[in-house]
Ligand binder design. Structure first.
Ligand SMILES: [Zn+2]
Length: 622
């Protein structure tokens, strides 16, 4: 991945990075650490209790813990894939504002980050720096604890260990062990004495790193990821009597992953380790705050959308020992918060560097991928009907080609996210990929039966309204979002829109053979659509045979750039196989006189009241 990025990036960064290539015991040069496979000799050296704040003088005190998770390379509220501002509430620049508000009330708040920090949103541009900008941010904002997420292992141990060392706080995770010695990789726990209260933080991470990094075994050489429940239990037992408050910070989803039985998710941890006074989780990119077995379990979402705040009211008993009276927990949204000037100032050059790369030319588009983006006017901006949803185009074929390549699927499916989307002849800048793939969906390969494949196809073509005689245009269902209308490659099919929803797919064949209801096919989908398949019972997690989610560059739009670079040698040439078409059109479809009136503006095509769906009612022959 590292080498790939360098080719994609060209020379713009090399100068900036060269000045920062320091330390880590390697010589200079652009390929320096990429191939190192020697066994890690890393030994995490920090240890010992840490005191925060003056001991409380009264007999009651509130201890507060603020946590972020899954920032995934977000410091500025900016998406470098699209090179545009992200207003959804993202980045340390916004979490910092919330944390500062919390600290105004509770100055000795413990600040915890639960990992997946140094990957995504152009993080990979900075992996050669002595300290990654995300860790620089953790240091600037004085984070006390950092729990490594699975994505921290994406770029190799050299990179990871340099950053674990350079983090000013403590790295806590109980379930990463050296395979040979069984010793802990980092600290299994850390004790803080906050206002006189002894607070123990125990950590754990998703135990499937080896599985996700299987293609790069040097990324976990001599490491074992043990069962988080076993490791947490063992750790908690080892510090019995040493704490007044016990909190777990875990980069683990609610129900864990893969296990049918013996689950090790955050909810199961709550059940299995009753000593815990709260569990703050990450990894799932979910925002929740709930009680399990009488313990608060919460997760602050992804990218810095929320800060998880837990508050513990403590009271001294007659023996002078602190006792927990009650716990409160909440996720505080960062959306709409001012950005922290401190953060914006400190990372200005990082931001500018990433923007520069976003605007670099990474390829060439030899000819327009969609000609006549508007089906009727032929204009680039759609005012009547988008061509991409009425006929197969080179654009959708490209997305499906990329998905097919990386999943090895027989069939691939993709939607448009923007009516005007196109690749126009000329330079292809890195950020241009966002115009053809707006969202950061990841890629999945799933098995699906022919029966369920056809059911799913019938569902997705429900986007079209049923056509009838007199219609000049094809209308879309305003209650069915355009991003739910998928176009498939790998199979040939026709959509008979004269038929009602549920009986429109005709002549569906794969390699000339009709789709067999009882056969199983391999389908490439994005993670969002896989959710649809699951929700409708058309596929289950067991059917998944491929997922890009835990790769260093997991987004489909990253894969499009990678494919352009590695497979197409930088040259994007439109080609379309016309494997699907709409049939059952009325004789009045495209009536020239009426079309002329639409073109002249005499007739306008009705849009949905929210403006999102063009063409919600078929224009009648005039
Ligand atoms: Zn994550």
């Amino acid at each position: 991945m590292k080498r790939t990025m360098k080719i994609v990036l060209g020379s713009a960064l090399s100068l900036a990075l060269a000045t920062a290539l320091v330390g880590c015991g390697t010589s200079s040069g652009t390929t320096k650490s990429a191939k190192k496979t020697v066994k890690s000799t890393f030994a995490y050296s920090k240890s010992g209790e840490i005191t925060k704040g003056e001991a409380a003088t009264g007999d009651s005190v509130t201890i507060s813990i603020a946590a972020t998770s899954d920032l995934h390379g977000r410091i500025y509220p900016w998406s470098y894939a699209t090179d545009s501002e992200d207003k959804s509430g993202v980045g340390f620049s916004q979490t910092d504002t919330v944390v500062k508000e919390i600290k105004a009330q509770y100055p000795d708040t413990l600040l915890v980050d639960i990992g997946d920090s140094m990957q995504d949103n152009s993080s990979e541009l900075f992996i050669d720096l002595d300290t990654h900008p995300m860790v620089q941010a953790l240091n600037l904002l004085k984070y006390d604890v950092w729990v490594p997420g699975n994505h921290e292992f994406n770029f190799g141990l050299d990179f990871l260990e340099r950053n674990l060392n350079n983090f000013d706080g403590r790295v806590v995770c109980a379930n990463i062990k050296y395979a040979d010695s069984g010793k802990d990789y980092v600290l299994p726990y850390q004790i803080y004495v906050v206002n006189g209260v002894r607070v123990a933080i125990v950590g754990a991470t998703a135990p499937h790193v080896k599985q996700w990094e299987a293609s790069s075994p040097e990324h976990f050489q001599n490491l074992d990821f043990t069962n988080p429940i076993d490791s947490l239990k063992e750790t908690v037992k080892s510090i019995e009597g040493q704490y007044d408050l016990l909190v777990a910070a875990v980069h683990i989803s609610r129900e864990g992953e893969y296990e049918e039985e013996g689950k090790t998710g955050a909810f199961q941890i709550a059940e299995a380790v009753p000593e815990l006074d709260a569990i703050i989780a990450g990894h799932e990119h979910a925002t929740y705050c709930t009680k399990v077995a009488d313990t608060w379990v919460l997760e602050p979402g992804r990218y810095g959308s929320h800060v998880a705040l837990t508050k513990f009211n403590m009271k001294k008993d007659e023996n002078g020992k602190w006792q927990l009276v009650d716990v409160s927990a909440e996720n505080i949204a960062t959306k709409g918060k001012e950005t922290s000037q401190e953060v914006m100032d400190a990372f200005k050059s990082t931001h500018e560097e990433a923007r520069k790369v976003a605007n670099e030319v990474v390829g060439k588009v030899s000819a327009d991928f969609v000609t006549g983006v508007d089906y009727i006017t032929g204009e680039k901006h759609v005012t009547t009907m988008p061509r991409t949803q009425l006929e197969d185009t080179a654009l959708m074929d490209l997305i499906n080609e990329v998905q097919t390549f990386y999943t090895g699927a027989q069939i691939s499916t993709a939607a448009t996210f923007n009516n005007d989307q196109n690749l126009e002849a000329g330079d292809f800048k890195r950020k241009d990929v966002a115009f053809i793939y707006k969202y950061d969906n990841t890629l999945m390969g799933t098995n699906i039966t022919g029966e369920n494949l056809l059911k799913y196809m019938e569902w997705t073509v429900g986007y079209y309204q049923t056509a009838k005689e007199g219609d000049v245009t094809i209308a879309f269902n305003p209650d069915f979002r355009a991003y739910n209308y998928d176009m498939l490659s790998g199979i040939n099919y026709e959509i008979d829109i004269s038929k009602p929803v549920g009986s429109r797919i005709v002549n569906a064949t794969l390699n000339g053979e009709p789709i067999d209801a009882n056969k199983t096919y391999k389908l490439a989908v994005n993670n969002y659509r896989f959710g649809t398949l699951m929700a409708n019972g058309w596929a289950t997690l067991k059917d998944v045979y491929y997922s890009s989610a835990n790769d260093a560059s997991p987004a489909i739009r990253d894969l499009i750039v990678k494919y352009t670079n590695e497979q197409l040698k930088g040259v994007l040439t439109p080609k379309c196989d016309h494997n699907w078409k709409i049939v059952g059109l009325p004789s009045t479809f495209n009536d020239p006189d009426t079309i002329a009136k639409i073109k002249s503006g005499e007739i306008s095509i009705p849009r949905s009241s929210d403006g999102r769906t063009p063409n919600v009612q078929a224009v009648q022959k005039q």
